[in-house]
Unconditional design. Structure first.
Length: 179
C-alpha cells in the first residue's frame, strides 16, 4: 500500500512563523503511512488573474497546482490576519480552484489547523479557508479542523496540542483512504 500524501499550505510567509513551525513538527510526527509535504514558494505565486491563467501560466502557479495535484489531500496550517485567512492562502486556493470545478483541489479532502496569539486561535480564518476550499471543490473534512490560541501554550512544544493536530492529520488521511 502506498503512503497517503498530504500537501501542506502554510498561511504565513514569515520564516520564523509559529504556523510554519507547527507544519514542520507535523511533517516530523506524521502518522505511519502518511507523508506531509510543505508546498514552498507561495510567496512567488502572483495574485490570481484570469489574464495570467493561460497556457503560459506563471511557473510558480503551475508548480503549486502540480504539487496539490500529486497529493491525496490538502492541509492548510494558518494563522488569522484581521479576522480572516491570510491573503497568501486565499490566493493559493484561488489558483487551485481553476478551472472552476476541475482545479487541482477539487475532490481532495481538505483540513485546516493553526494557532494565533489571540483568544480565538484562528477560528475565523479556519472557517473562511474551509468555505473557500469547499466552494473551490475540495471535500472539507469536518473532523480535520483544529484551532489553538497561543496565548497560554506553545502549540509547537505542547504535547496535547500537537497530539490534537496529529489527529487532524490522521482524520484527513483516513478520510482519503475511506473515500
Amino acid at each position: 500500500m502506498t503512503d497517503t500524501r498530504i500537501a501542506v499550505l502554510v498561511g504565513s510567509l514569515r520564516a520564523d512563523s509559529l504556523n510554519r513551525k507547527i507544519a514542520q513538527a507535523l511533517v516530523a510526527q506524521a502518522p505511519e503511512g502518511v507523508v506531509l509535504e510543505i508546498v514552498e514558494g507561495l510567496h512567488e505565486v502572483p495574485f490570481y488573474s484570469e489574464d495570467l491563467d493561460t497556457a503560459n501560466a506563471p511557473a510558480s502557479a503551475v508548480a503549486l497546482r502540480e504539487r496539490v495535484s500529486a497529493a491525496d489531500a490538502v492541509l492548510a496550517v494558518t494563522p488569522e490576519y484581521n479576522g480572516t485567512m491570510p491573503a497568501v492562502l486565499n490566493n493559493a486556493i484561488d489558483w487551485l480552484s481553476r478551472p472552476y470545478g476541475a482545479g487541482p483541489i477539487a475532490g481532495k479532502p481538505f483540513g485546516v489547523i493553526g494557532a494565533t496569539p489571540t483568544p480565538y486561535g484562528g477560528k475565523w480564518a479556519h472557517a473562511d479557508a474551509q468555505r473557500s476550499a469547499g466552494i473551490a471543490g475540495a471535500i472539507v473534512v469536518e473532523t480535520a479542523v483544529a484551532s489553538q490560541s497561543a496565548l497560554e501554550v506553545d502549540p509547537v512544544t505542547d504535547a496535547e496540542v500537537l497530539a490534537r493536530f496529529v489527529e487532524v492529520v490522521r482524520a484527513l488521511a483516513t478520510h482519503q483512504v475511506a473515500a
